[in-house]
Design a protein around this ligand. Structure first.
Ligand code: PGA
Length: 302
């Protein structure tokens, strides 16, 4: 009889899925030595190595592959069991797992406030990650619902737009273009841009639009945070194209301004996404209904 803990199995599943101890530690919000220790204990109990390390890459051994299949099966069964229990208890209790892209940080927590007030027994696990990481979570069915601006075409999903998500061009308030009206978008070709990192939905949307317009995009600097980008724009490092959501409640707004460029704001939406055949828990359905009825309150100001 082997004695393995749920924690060891969760750690193993995460490392095996992400093929990295450090990313697993990050996702699980623990340190890397904690991850290594859990894996070591698990290996000792099983009596065979689970991973091979070649250079910096890790691979599953045959025992590791088999354990991974067993883990995925087991967690799926357990997830269904938890959902059944939550459904038996009804809407009053349960857990809602949402993964949302970085830029939703400007409205998701504020949306969840009134939802939690309406259903005080519901716990929320909100993972805020960029689009690439969110797609990985979606492909592995890790959450109930996903919120993003650029849903993937390659996965079989249902998508529902629930709020506008326009892209705007930001410049320092004193920029020479700031007073111009109806600037042709071709003029953006000469400007240095501060851009979000690769893997970000904003970045992808901007690249697609510039490609469609046949305008070269001069990237001066890449930053992984919308807030840092606004600071960089205020500091005169370049222009930026960001979701209008990033401008809400911003005290530094006076240092940056929205340029009047033809073709902007680029019209987009925020979508709530889920795998097509996923059976939603009662709690997740309650949140969808809540989104459908409450989001107009948060629609961007014009
Ligand atoms: P991002 O996505 O936060 O990953 O850039 C935002 C969006 O798609 O609008």
């Amino acid at each position: 009889m082997m004695y393995v803990s749920l924690r060891q199995l969760r750690t193993f599943e995460t490392v095996a899925r992400l093929k990295s101890f450090s990313r697993a530690a990050e996702e699980m919000h623990v340190t890397q030595p904690t991850v290594s220790k859990q894996i070591r204990l698990l290996q000792e109990e099983i009596g065979l190595p689970l991973f091979d390390q070649i250079g910096k890459k890790i691979f599953l051994t045959e025992a590791g592959e088999r354990l991974y299949v067993a883990c995925v099966d087991w967690f799926e069964t357990w997830g269904r069991f938890e959902q059944t229990i939550a459904d038996l208890k009804g809407i009053k209790q349960g857990r809602l797992r949402i993964a949302a892209v970085t830029t939703t940080q400007y409205f998701m927590p504020r949306l969840l406030g009134p939802f939690c007030a309406q259903y005080p027994g519901i716990d929320i696990a909100l993972e805020v990650v960029n689009r690439d990481r969110l797609l990985e979570r979606l492909a592995h069915n890790q959450d109930d619902l996903y919120v993003m601006g650029v849903p993937p075409d390659e996965l079989d999903i249902e998508r529902e737009p629930f709020m506008e998500n326009p892209l705007v061009v930001l410049a320092p308030a004193a920029h020479p273009m700031a007073r111009r009206k109806r600037i042709p978008y071709a003029d953006l070709a000469n400007e240095p841009f501060v851009m979000r990192e690769r893997g970000s939905g904003t970045r992808l949307a901007v690249e697609r639009v510039f490609q469609e317009w046949n305008v070269p995009l001069k990237i001066k600097m890449e930053l992984g945070s919308n807030e840092a980008i606004k600071q960089a724009v205020a500091g005169g490092l370049g222009l930026a194209i960001l979701s209008q959501s990033t401008l809400r409640l911003d005290p530094s707004q006076n240092e940056v301004t929205v340029l009047n460029v033809r073709g902007f704001p680029i019209k987009r939406y925020w979508y709530v996404v889920r795998p097509r055949d996923k059976r939603l828990s009662i709690v997740a359905n309650a949140f969808l209904d809540f989104l459908r009825t409450h989001v107009q309150l948060l629609a961007p100001r014009r």
